[in-house]
Design a protein around this ligand. Structure first.
Ligand code: ATP
Ligand code: MG
Length: 473
C-alpha cells in the first residue's frame, strides 16, 4: 500500500500531472461560468413565463371588474376557481377580511401588501397542511371594497430547475473526475518513460557504455530527448574510441621509430672512434628524434581535430586563392620529379573555415600526388604525367580536387588509406608515416565536409568537399 501511495505521490508531483491539473482547473472554471449563466437564464425564462401569465390574467380581471357588477364579478372568480387542472389560484376578500370568492384558503397578506407581488406558500384545498406548495402571486386592483390576489403554482418550475441543477452538478462532477484521471494517466505515462531513461543512464554510469535510451517511435518530445541523449552517447563513445586508437597508435606505431632511435644511438656509441663519429651519431639521432616529434605532432593534431577541439578559429577567405598559393609551392618539387603541375582554380569561392588547416590538407594531397606518381613518371614526358589541382564551386559546396597519373589506390583500399598510420603495400619504399590522408579526412570532417577517393584512370583523384559556411568553432 505504501508503494502504491509512493507511486501515486510521484505521479502527482510530475510536471505533466501538474500541467494537466492546471488546465483541467481552468477548464472547470470556464465550464462553471457557462453552466451558471445557462442556469440563471433558464430560471429567468421560467419566472418570466409565470409572471406573464399572471399579468394577463390580472388585466382580464381588472377589465371584468370595471364592466360588471360586484355580484357578477365574484361569480366570475368563483367560476375561474373551479376550472379543474388549472394552476391559477384566486382569493377575493372584502375590505373587512371576509372571503367573497376563490380557491385559496389563506389570504397571502405579504403579496397583497406589495405592489409587485411575491412568492407565497399555500395548501391546496383538501390537502393536508404539511403538503404546502409554493406559488407566485400578485395583487389586482379591483376597487376599494375588494381585495383580490391571484397566484400561480410554481412547484413544477422548481422541480424542473432542481433537475437542471442536478444534471449540471453531475456533469460537473464527471468532468472533474475525468480531468483528474486524465492527469494521472498522462503523469504516469510520462513518469514511466522518464523512468526508462533514468534506468538506462544508471546502467551506463555503472559501466554498460553500449546501452542506449529506448525510443518509442512516436516522434514526441521525449523521443527527441532520447534521440539527443543517444546521439550524445554515440559521440562520447566515438571520442573514447578515438582516444583509445591514439593510445594504441602511440604504443605500436611510435615504438618502432623510438627503438630505431635507441639502436642508432647505441650503435654510434659502440662503433664510433673519435669525436667526429660521435658527432655523426648524435646528428642522426637528432634527425630521427625530429621525425618522431613531427609524427607526434601530426597524431595529436588529428586527434584534436577528430575530437572537434581546435583553438584556431574559422575565418572567411577565398578558397581558390589559398589552393593556388599552396599548390604553387609544389611546382618546383613536381618539376624535379618529372611531372607537370596544373593549377586550375575558380576565384571568389568564399568559405568560412580554418585557413591553416585547409592549407595543410591541400599540401598533404599535393605531396602524395607527387610522391607516389614520381616513379611512374620515369622515362615519360612530363606533359603526360600531370598532377592537377583544382578548386571550384559546385551546388552548395566548395570542391578541391587533386588528381595524378600514378599507381592509384585499389577500390578496396580506399577507406583504409584514410586511417591513421596506414601505408599501402605498394608505397613502402617511399618515406612517410601514413598520417597525411588521416589529417585530410579529419580536417574535412571538422568542417562538416567529406573526402572521396576516385579512380583517375589511371591514377588517383581525391575530392574534398566543404560547405561554404562551416565554423569549426
Ligand atoms: N596519390 C596517391 N597515389 C597512390 N597511393 C597513394 C596516394 N596517396 C596516398 N596513397 C596511399 O595511401 C597511403 C596513405 O597516405 P598518407 O598520405 O596518409 O600517408 P603517407 O603519404 O604514407 O605518409 P605521410 O603523408 O604521413 O608522410 C600511402 O601510404 C599510399 O600507400
Ligand atoms: Mg602522404
Amino acid at each position: 500500500v505504501t508503494a502504491l501511495f509512493d507511486h501515486f505521490g510521484r505521479t502527482v508531483s510530475t510536471q505533466a500531472f501538474r500541467l494537466a491539473a492546471a488546465s483541467a482547473t481552468a477548464f472547470l472554471l470556464v465550464a462553471a461560468l457557462i453552466v451558471g449563466v445557462l442556469f440563471w437564464q433558464t430560471n429567468t425564462l421560467l419566472t418570466d413565463h409565470v409572471v406573464e401569465e399572471l399579468r394577463g390574467e390580472a388585466r382580464e380581471l381588472a377589465h371584468e371588474a370595471a364592466t360588471s357588477s360586484p355580484q357578477a364579478f365574484s361569480e366570475r372568480i368563483e367560476v375561474r376557481s373551479r376550472v379543474s387542472g388549472s394552476s391559477l389560484y384566486y382569493l377575493a376578500n372584502a375590505a373587512s377580511g371576509a372571503k367573497i370568492a376563490g380557491n385559496l384558503a389563506v389570504f397571502p397578506e405579504d403579496v397583497a401588501a406589495s405592489s409587485t407581488g411575491g412568492v407565497f406558500s399555500y395548501t391546496r384545498l383538501g390537502d393536508a397542511p404539511e403538503l404546502s406548495r409554493l406559488a407566485v402571486g400578485i395583487p389586482v386592483a379591483v376597487g376599494p371594497n375588494l381585495h383580490l390576489v391571484i397566484g400561480r403554482d410554481i412547484e413544477e418550475q422548481i422541480t424542473l430547475a432542481d433537475r437542471i441543477k442536478r444534471t449540471f452538478l453531475l456533469g460537473f462532477g464527471v468532468l472533474a473526475l475525468a480531468a483528474v484521471l486524465a492527469g494521472l494517466a498522462v503523469g504516469r505515462t510520462v513518469l514511466h518513460r522518464v523512468e526508462a531513461i533514468n534506468a538506462t543512464t544508471r546502467s551506463i554510469m555503472a559501466g554498460d557504455l553500449a546501452r542506449r535510451v529506448p525510443v518509442s517511435g512516436n516522434g514526441d518530445e521525449l523521443d527527441e530527448l532520447s534521440e539527443n541523449l543517444n546521439g550524445m552517447l554515440d559521440r562520447i563513445e566515438q571520442l573514447m574510441n578515438g582516444l583509445r586508437e591514439v593510445s594504441d597508435n602511440i604504443a605500436h606505431d611510435l615504438k618502432t621509430p623510438l627503438n630505431r632511435l635507441r639502436n642508432a644511438a647505441e650503435a654510434a656509441l659502440r662503433e664510433s672512434r673519435g669525436a667526429e663519429g660521435y658527432r655523426e651519431g648524435l646528428e642522426a639521432a637528432i634527425e630521427k628524434a625530429d621525425d618522431l616529434i613531427k609524427t607526434f605532432n601530426a597524431l595529436l593534431l588529428i586527434a584534436r581535430l577528430e575530437a572537434g577541439v581546435v583553438e584556431e578559429s574559422a575565418e572567411m577567405f577565398d578558397l581558390g586563392r589559398l589552393v593556388e598559393d599552396v599548390a604553387e609551392l609544389y611546382e618546383p618539387v613536381a618539376e624535379e620529379a618529372g611531372l607537370s603541375l596544373t593549377i586550375d582554380v575558380e576565384t571568389g569561392i568564399e568559405v568560412r573555415a580554418n585557413r591553416q588547416l585547409i592549407g595543410q590538407a591541400v599540401a598533404n594531397l599535393a605531396d602524395n600526388a607527387i610522391k607516389y606518381s614520381a616513379k611512374a613518371a620515369e622515362g615519360k614526358r612530363p606533359s603526360d604525367m600531370t598532377v592537377s589541382v583544382t578548386a571550384r564551386k559546385s551546388t552548395g559546396l566548395a570542391e578541391i580536387t587533386v588528381a595524378d597519373r600514378g599507381p592509384g589506390i585499389e577500390p578496396q583500399d580506399r577507406d583504409r588509406a584514410l586511417r591513421r598510420f596506414v601505408r599501402l603495400e605498394k608505397s613502402r619504399t617511399q618515406p612517410g608515416t601514413g598520417l597525411g590522408l588521416s589529417l585530410v579526412a579529419a580536417v574535412a570532417h571538422l568542417h562538416h565536409g567529406s573526402v572521396r577517393l576516385e579512380d583517375n584512370e589511371p591514377g588517383l583523384r581525391i575530392v574534398v568537399t566543404l560547405p561554404f559556411a562551416t565554423a569549426s568553432s
